[in-house]
Design a protein around this ligand. Structure first.
Ligand code: HPA
Length: 277
């Protein structure tokens, strides 16, 4: 099957129902090395994603591969601890499956996080960036999870993307950051195909088109979420300086190490936003 169907979505949703009776309001996707948030969920049911039919299984270190259902700040949440990326070989359509399932379970708000390289020279590793918009470069070339028959029960064939990231949720995040003295940059995220990191020329191109942070995820998931009308909050953890001058080397180890610093701040930010919902 090239494209996921309503039946695939319902089969996966039913399988999760065998493990948990929770009806989540908020869904979360945790980026590379940012699994901490899933560890503090209260009364958690932990579902190995291998047990969910059709689920895109993460294969990369730093992505645990559990769906964690429980409560955080008195909200029922469904946390995807570890995501699958396009470069692992999953189809774009399949990468959208977890979001569709979350929505089928009742999720209305999606918090997406990722590890990203800083293209903006003012950003440093270990800092957070509120994603205020994204550039859908892969989508512009046709690589989108919405390719294929439209699932009309979720949304229209041609969904609007004028507010990919919810203004109210962004304001809540700004408020939390200000009050908690959590440094929070703001900027534009771009998803590339990966898995190779960028060349200096790639990065100069990205800088030129207005990118602040670069990664290999998030945009497909946000596209699906918005198609279904979910409200989205997006946060990047800056794991490395982008190598615009060709003088530094980027590695996955560096990305995971930065995650250790970023995860507690990210957790504080997410807790604060949940408290204000
Ligand atoms: N480039 C692309 N993806 C990334 C990076 C990067 O520098 N850091 C973390 N994910």
């Amino acid at each position: 099957m090239d494209f996921i169907t309503l039946e695939d979505i319902d089969t996966a949703t039913r399988a999760i129902g065998e493990y948990t009776s929770l009806q989540p309001e908020v869904g979360m996707i945790l980026g590379s090395g940012l699994g901490l948030v899933a560890e503090v969920v209260e009364g958690a049911d932990r579902i190995p994603v291998e047990d969910i039919p059709g689920w895109p299984i993460p294969t990369v270190e730093g992505h645990a591969g559990y769906l964690v259902c429980g409560n955080l700040e008195s909200h029922p949440v469904l946390v995807l601890q570890g995501r699958a990326h396009y470069y692992e070989g999953h189809s774009m359509s399949k990468i959208g499956l977890p979001i569709r399932v979350m929505q089928r379970m009742g999720v209305e708000i999606l918090v997406v996080t990722n590890a990203a390289g800083a293209v903006n020279p003012d950003f440093a590793p270990g800092e957070l960036m509120l994603i205020i918009d994204h550039i859908n470069l892969l989508g512009m070339a046709g690589l989108t999870p919405l390719r294929g028959p439209n699932l009309d029960t979720f949304g229209p064939r041609f969904p609007d993307m004028s507010q990919a990231y919810d203004r109210e949720l962004m304001n809540l995040a700004r408020e939390v950051a200000r009050e908690g003295e959590i440094p929070l940059h703001e900027g534009i995220y771009i998803c590339l195909g990966g898995p190779s990191f960028e060349t200096p020329a790639d990065l100069r191109f990205l800088k030129g088109i207005g990118v602040d942070a670069v990664g290999m995820s998030t945009v497909p998931e946000v596209t699906i979420a918005r198609h279904g009308g979910m409200r989205v909050l997006g946060v990047s953890g800056i794991s490395n300086k982008a190598n615009l001058d060709g003088q530094t080397i980027t590695s996955h180890e560096e990305v995971l190490a930065a995650g250790q610093v970023i995860a507690p701040m990210l957790l504080a930010l997410i807790r604060g936003v949940l408290r204000r919902l």
